[in-house]
Ligand binder design. Structure first.
Ligand code: ATP
Ligand code: MG
Length: 234
């Protein structure tokens, strides 16, 4: 469903992502780990077509994201690292706008928006202007925009960052539930989160893939493995 094929990205002379390949099938939650600056967000930006790869390809449902950006965007939801929310819109009008831009017609998107508001527990702030939401609520509004068109694939860049313990629990529960059917790629620094919700783990370091294993192979040892593969040598 989601596929990275030899993705590579250079920023000037800096090689941020170096020949990364993996795929995520429906029913899989792939934990995407790596130290700060390893290239996780850059990889996700290429997989969603927000930046162009220097070389390599990203596919969603067999569609090359660079060649079919509009069709691709209907098939995935993306929670970016720094959520580009429209600060002056209300939560509800923002979600309607997102649903419409992803191909839903008016008769469908009212129901879709109601579903997303309910799933993300945003009914109480549906008419509030986004710029006035607290950090956690603003984050949930961004999560709601990723889900509103019920896509078969999700790319979530640190989805529980900044959430209170209750919201974190709720977000993890939702990801697990959605992961039964959808293909989900989730970047996180929380190893307990990976053990809780992921079915597979990829670790990248300095732009290169250094591990791709089922969770069963690494459960209980993730910290030692992460340190071994990514710690800066003294
Ligand atoms: N637009 C850009 N211009 C120049 N360098 C960039 C740009 N975007 C990312 N980089 C660099 O690419 C490298 C990878 O960054 P990236 O944001 O992908 O890391 P990350 O794994 O998501 O890190 P974190 O865990 O801190 O979120 C870093 O060295 C970063 O400074
Ligand atoms: Mg990042």
């Amino acid at each position: 469903m989601l596929k990275a094929q030899s993705l590579t990205k250079s920023f000037g002379s800096r090689l941020a992502v170096n020949d990364i390949s993996f795929d995520v099938k429906p029913g899989e939650v792939l934990g995407f780990l790596g130290p700060n600056g390893a290239g996780k967000s850059t990889t996700m930006r290429m997989m969603t077509g927000f930046i162009a790869p220097t070389s390599g390809h990203a596919f969603i449902d067999e569609l090359d994201v660079a060649l079919h950006p509009v069709e691709a965007r209907r098939r995935f939801g993306y929670l970016p690292e720094n959520a580009p929310l429209y600060q002056e819109m209300t939560v509800e009008s923002f979600l309607s706008f997102c649903a419409e831009t992803r191909g839903l017609v008016k008769t469908e998107y009212k129901k879709a928006v109601d579903n997303a508001l309910e799933l993300c527990q945003l009914q109480g702030v549906r008419r509030q202007v986004i710029g006035t939401l607290s950090k956690g609520y603003s984050h949930r509004a961004c999560f709601a925009q990723a889900l509103v068109h019920n896509p078969p694939a999700l790319l979530l860049d640190e989805p529980t960052d900044g959430l209170d313990p209750n919201q974190k629990y709720e977000m993890r529960r939702m990801i697990k539930e959605m992961g039964r059917e959808k293909a989900i790629l989730i970047s996180t620094h929380l190893l307990d989160e990976v053990e809780d919700i992921c079915t597979r783990v990829v670790i990248i370091d300095k732009g290169r893939l250094v591990m791709d294993k089922p969770i069963a192979d690494v459960k209980g040892h993730l910290f030692e493995i992460f340190r071994k593969l990514t710690a800066v040598q003294a």
